[in-house]
Design a protein around this ligand. Structure first.
Ligand SMILES: NC(=O)C1=CN([C@@H]2O[C@H](COP(=O)(O)OP(=O)(O)OC[C@H]3O[C@@H](n4cnc5c(N)ncnc54)[C@H](O)[C@@H]3O)[C@@H](O)[C@H]2O)C=CC1
Ligand SMILES: O=C([O-])CC(=O)C(=O)O
Length: 328
C-alpha cells in the first residue's frame, strides 16, 4: 500500500456525493493500492445527514479508506488536500439551462477557490462538477492566485461518456471500441461533440454513420442528455455524473491510454483559436499527472462554427461573473 492521499468532496451529502464517495473509498478512482483520506464538506444543516453517510462508509470496511474528515468550513475541509471534487451546489430543474444556476451557485466557488489557495497542496488537482461547471471552475481559479491556473478543471467527461455510448449503440460496437472522441467547449447545450477524428474499431466514425444522423440526432442527443435524464428521473444525473468524475480524476492522476484521448474542461491557452480566459473542453492526453491538449487536429467550417458558438457562450458567462473574481 502507498501512503494515503487526501481527497476533498464538497456537497458530500447530496445525490452525486452518495454515488461518488463509496467508489472513491473502494479504490475505483486512484487504485486499489492507494489509500485515501476523505475530506467531506457540507453546509451546516446537512452535517447530520453527512454523519449518516460517514457511518455507512465506515460500515463498508474498505481496505483503501484511511480516514474521514467532515466540516462545514472549506478552510478545514481543504487542508493539505491532493484532490478536490467540487460537487456541492444546486442542481437545475426541468426547463432550466445550467447557466440559470450561475447566480445561485457562482457565489459558492469564490470562497472555495480562496480556501484551496490558502490550504490545499500546491499541486492540488481540482475538478468542478457543480453547474455551470466550466464557469464555476473559472471563478474558483480566479480566487486562487497562488495556485497554478492549470490546477482547475471542469467536468465534460459525462458528455464524453454519453457520446461514446450513443455512437457504440448506433454502430453495433461497444463503447470501449470508440477512440478519439472530443467534447469541445462548455458543459451546456452549446457543447460540440466532435466525431471528425473518432474511430470505431479502427474505422473513421463518420464513414460508418451518415452526416444527417450525426448532425440531427447524435449532436443534439448528447447536448440535451442531462435535460432528458431530469425529465425521466425527476432529478438530475447522479450515478453517471459520479462515474464520470471518477474517470476524469483517474485519467488525470494515472494517465490516458496509448492511442486515445479524453475530454477535459481546462484553461484555454489559445489552442484551436480559443482565446485564453475560460475553462474549455479540449481533447487531452495525460502523462505523469500533467495534461496536454492534443494539437494539430483539422477543424473544418462545420466544426469551427460550433467552436465559435460555445466559446462565445463561455465568454458571456465569464462577463456575468467577473465581479466574483479576487480583486474585483
Ligand atoms: N458537470 C456535470 O456533468 C454534472 C454536474 N451536476 C451538478 O452537480 C451539482 C450537484 O448535484 P446533486 O448532487 O445532484 O445535487 P444535490 O442537491 O443532491 O446535492 C448538492 C449538495 O451540495 C450541498 N451544498 C450546497 N452548497 C454547498 C456549499 N457551499 N458547500 C458544500 N456543500 C454545499 C447541499 O447541501 C447538497 O447536499 C449540481 O450543480 C448539478 O447540476 C450534475 C450532473 C452532471
Ligand atoms: O443536466 C443537468 O443539469 C445535470 C448535468 O449537468 C448533466 O446531467 O449533464
Amino acid at each position: 500500500m502507498k501512503a494515503p492521499v487526501r481527497v476533498a468532496v464538497t456537497g458530500a451529502a447530496g445525490q452525486i456525493g452518495y454515488a461518488l464517495l463509496f467508489r472513491i473509498a473502494a479504490g475505483d478512482m486512484l487504485g486499489k493500492d492507494q489509500p485515501v483520506i476523505l475530506h467531506l464538506l457540507e453546509i451546516t444543516p446537512a452535517l447530520p445527514a453527512l454523519q449518516g453517510v460517514v457511518m455507512e462508509l465506515n460500515d463498508c470496511a474498505f481496505p483503501t479508506l484511511a480516514g474521514v474528515v467532515t466540516s462545514d468550513d472549506p478552510n478545514v475541509a481543504f487542508k493539505d488536500v491532493d484532490y478536490a471534487l467540487l460537487v456541492g451546489s444546486r442542481p437545475r430543474g426541468p426547463g432550466m439551462e445550467r447557466k440559470d444556476l450561475l447566480e445561485a451557485n457562482g457565489a459558492i466557488f469564490g470562497p472555495q477557490g480562496k480556501a484551496l489557495n490558502d490550504h490545499a497542496k500546491r499541486d492540488v488537482k481540482v475538478l468542478v462538477v457543480g453547474n455551470p461547471a466550466n464557469t464555476n471552475a473559472l471563478i474558483a481559479q480566479q480566487n486562487a492566485p497562488d495556485l497554478d491556473p492549470k490546477c482547475f478543471t471542469a467536468m465534460v467527461r459525462l458528455d464524453h461518456n454519453r457520446g461514446l455510448s450513443q455512437l457504440a449503440e448506433k454502430t453495433g460496437k461497444h463503447s470501449s471500441d470508440v477512440k478519439k472522441f472530443t467534447i469541445w467547449g462548455n458543459h451546456s447545450s452549446t457543447q460540440y461533440p466532435d466525431l471528425h477524428h473518432t474511430l470505431v474499431d479502427g474505422k473513421p466514425a463518420l464513414e460508418l454513420v451518415d452526416q444527417s444522423w450525426y448532425e440531427k440526432d447524435f449532436i443534439p442527443t448528447v447536448q440535451q442528455r442531462g435535460a432528458a435524464i431530469i425529465k425521466a428521473r425527476g432529478a438530475s444525473s447522479a450515478a453517471s455524473a459520479a462515474s464520470a468524475a471518477i474517470d476524469h480524476i483517474r485519467n488525470w492522476a494515472l494517465g490516458t491510454a496509448e492511442g486515445d484521448w479524453v475530454s477535459m474542461g481546462i484553461p484555454s491557452d489559445g489552442s484551436y483559436g480559443i482565446k485564453p480566459g475560460v475553462i474549455f473542453g479540449y481533447p487531452v492526453t495525460v502523462k505523469n499527472g500533467k495534461y496536454e491538449i492534443v494539437q494539430g487536429l483539422a477543424i473544418n467550417a462545420f466544426s469551427q462554427a460550433k467552436l465559435d458558438a460555445t466559446e462565445k457562450e463561455l465568454f458571456e458567462e465569464r462577463a456575468a461573473v467577473e465581479h466574483l473574481f479576487a480583486g474585483k
